[in-house]
Ligand binder design. Structure first.
Ligand code: 13P
Length: 331
């Protein structure tokens, strides 16, 4: 087992979330990635998923804005065209490799559609193996819906996140702790705020009870927004609501906060981050750990065509630069 001093975990967590860089979430499951490829007319296969992830990682200069890349197990074990593995190639480019270790969600019996994230069985052994192969950090995503979240669903997912985080730290891996309140639907800002408070409150109670060192974690929350089908509110209002929740529930020693984009268009997600970054009394660095907001346009531009790789990489880099500028509030 790799054992790292707490300061090393804190260093990695800070490296991931500060210095004007953020995290690229490229860890879609095989099923999700395949369906996104097919939507763009690209036949889904291990090779096309690999080619697409290679396009992302090899965009020239990516590390100027990207501190870490989250991979799924398939990509973590694949090689680039030049024969180097993805985690090794990422490190050589100045980007820390991360691994998604949850195995997805299933229904919580008797809880009306609420979900629980699975993947704890055998997790210690898997983390040890990922650490040996170069993983610097990991990700586990809990999923909540404003209509189905209950204190029990929040506690159960918080407990799983805390057990995952403690195991990660035991194996020298920084855990990204991701409690996502979905923004699908037509709920208002107050409903998102209430659900996010419930989720984060349970998560931090469980993290503390599990003895997780908060200086060596990265929190990956949602922005607090009305549902995507509801009337939008100005980014400053989203930033204020998000900050109010985080200020009340996220201890100051947490190393950094890296937001998911949640299906918001790139410009909106960057505007939320930009306005949050202006709030001076924040005790933690804030940055992005976007998936779709960084990659959707690049995937569309590529469309499986070799001749479009360079243009698609430029599209990716532009989004990464905009997100990094937002995190630095220089947008
Ligand atoms: P989105 O930014 O597309 O929401 O994805 C981030 C992520 O990693 C979700 O788990």
């Amino acid at each position: 087992m790799t054992t790292l001093p707490a300061t090393a975990l804190a260093d990695v967590a800070q490296q991931l979330t500060s210095g004007g860089r953020g995290i690229l979430a490229a860890d879609e499951s095989i099923k999700t990635m395949s369906s996104r490829l097919e939507q763009e007319g690209v036949p889904a296969s291990a090779t096309s998923r690999r080619d697409y992830r290679e396009l992302l990682l090899t965009a020239d200069g990516l590390s100027e804005w990207i501190s870490g890349i989250i991979l799924c197990d398939e990509t973590f074990g694949q090689d680039l065209a030049d024969g180097r593995s993805f985690p090794i190639a990422a490190r050589e480019r100045g980007i820390l490799p991360g691994i998604k270790v949850d195995t997805g969600t299933t229904a919580l019996p008797g809880y009306g559609g609420a979900l629980i994230t699975e993947g704890l069985d055998g997790l210690g052994g898997r983390l040890a193996a990922y650490a040996d192969r170069g993983a610097a950090f990991a990700k586990w995503r809990a999923v909540f819906d404003v209509h189905t979240i209950t204190p029990y669903a929040a506690d159960a997912n918080g407990h799983a996140l805390a057990r995952y985080a403690a195991l990660c730290q035991q194996h020298g891996i920084v855990p990204i702790v991701e409690p996502e309140v979905l923004c699908t639907g037509d709920h208002d800002l107050a409903a998102a705020e209430k659900a996010t408070r419930l989720a984060l409150s349970a998560v931090f109670t469980e993290l503390v009870d599990a003895g997780v060192d908060l200086t060596g974690i990265v929190l990956k929350p949602n922005f607090v927004t009305p549902g995507l089908d509801a009337a939008a509110v100005p980014p400053a209002e989203v930033a204020a609501a998000t900050f109010a929740v985080l200020r009340d529930l996220v201890p100051a020693e947490v190393a950094g906060i890296a937001f998911l984009s949640g299906g918001h268009p790139t410009a909106r997600a960057c505007a939320f981050l930009n306005d949050l970054a202006t709030i001076d009394e924040r005790p933690w660095p804030v940055t992005f750990s976007f998936g779709r907001a960084l990659v959707s346009a690049a995937l569309h531009t590529w469309g499986g065509s070799d001749s479009e790789v360079a243009v698609a990489q430029q599209v990716l880099l532009e989004n990464c630069r905009n997100a990094a500028d937002a995190a630095e509030h220089t947008a």
